[in-house]
Design a protein around this ligand. Structure first.
Ligand SMILES: Cc1cc2nc3c(=O)[nH]c(=O)nc-3n(C[C@H](O)[C@H](O)[C@H](O)COP(=O)(O)OP(=O)(O)OC[C@H]3O[C@@H](n4cnc5c(N)ncnc54)[C@H](O)[C@@H]3O)c2cc1C
Length: 280
């Protein structure tokens, strides 16, 4: 693996060492980091980058914007060492970037419904941008704990330009509907006819989204999160039982046909040593 700046890289496995161009606070616990990278700026919605924080770790982060002039954005919630180190980064400091990795959401032109929860809304932004571009009818449900955590709510609203339907839920009722995004999904799916459901967010939420979609005969594409180490399908850290699906290469986006076969979905994850742990 070689390391250098973005220019002239055509191999996604090369680590590009890139200056941070902008850091934006999105909510109390979430920041976005903007950099320029040719390869990641041509990613498809749902793909992720491996972001190396020198001296700390390398972690997977969804690409939350593929902008013009090779600009890219990752959006990160502070949960541990690597994410805290990223939160301390300032303009001009460098990060390493590999990727984009993984598969992506398949775009369906039709009547589609997208359900995002928490930081799972990060990969949903480029998804709704592309769905809108191909002329799909969009219903977007975004769920948050409370009104201090409204990640990308304004951005989603401006992307929909008043043409799609945007519904917001908070657990404490401080904005929109009080409850879970799945409560509104149940209502919407029983009163309208959808060609596809898309989701990204906490796995227990996505499991519920899957059950509702199955009960209503609508196909689903869900973006799963697992502890990813190598990102190239070698280490086996992110495999799902019993199919041996590697989230890093065959995922992160999995369709209903696969989700139906998985024992792990909504039940087990794996910790850093690969040991199965119950999802809570
Ligand atoms: C495909 C994919 C896309 C993701 N996109 C985003 C995103 O857009 N924004 C965001 O905030 N987070 C995202 N994550 C989760 C993010 O990678 C973890 O929060 C981060 O790695 C935690 O690192 P840490 O050192 O700060 O925390 P730790 O203290 O090391 O761990 C905190 C939690 O993160 C999990 N974790 C730690 N390292 C990894 C890793 N290498 N891969 C996956 N999980 C890990 C741990 O199991 C634990 O549950 C994504 C994960 C995957 C797999």
């Amino acid at each position: 693996m070689s390391t250098s700046s973005s220019a002239f890289h055509t191999n996604i496995n090369d680590v590009r060492v890139l200056p941070i161009l902008e850091v934006k606070r999105e909510t109390y616990t979430v920041k976005s980091i903007i950099f320029e990278d040719y390869l990641c700026s041509h990613a498809n919605p749902g793909q992720y980058a491996m972001v190396w924080i020198p001296g700390v770790d390398e972690i997977p982060l969804s690409i939350s914007l593929m902008g013009e002039n090779e600009s890219c954005r990752v959006t990160v919630k502070k949960v541990g060492d690597a994410t805290s180190a990223l939160h301390k980064k300032t303009i001009g400091e460098s990060i390493g970037v590999r990727g984009p990795y993984g598969n992506h959401f398949d775009l369906v032109k039709g009547n589609v419904i997208v359900v995002g929860g928490g930081t799972g809304i990060a990969p949903i932004i480029p998804l709704i941008q592309r769905l809108f571009q191909i002329g799909s009818d969009l219903t977007l449900i975004v769920g948050y704990k409370n009104s201090n955590e409204l990640l990308f709510y304004e951005e989603a609203m401006s992307l929909l330009r008043g043409e799609g339907k945007l519904l917001v839920t908070t657990e404490d009722g401080s904005r929109g509907f009080q409850g879970f995004p799945t409560d509104l999904l149940s209502e919407e799916i029983s009163t309208d006819s959808f060609d596809m459901v898309y989701t990204c967010g906490p796995e227990l939420m996505m499991k519920k989204v899957f059950e509702i979609s199955e009960n209503n005969g609508v196909e689903l594409q869900a973006s799963l999160e697992r502890y990813i180490k190598c990102s190239i399908g070698v280490c086996g850290q992110c495999v799902l039982s019993p199919l041996g699906i590697r989230v890093c290469v065959e995922g992160p986006v999995l369709k209903s046909s696969i989700l139906r076969e998985l024992d792990d979905f909504g039940v087990f994850s794996r910790n850093s040593s690969g040991k199965k742990i119950h999802l809570q």
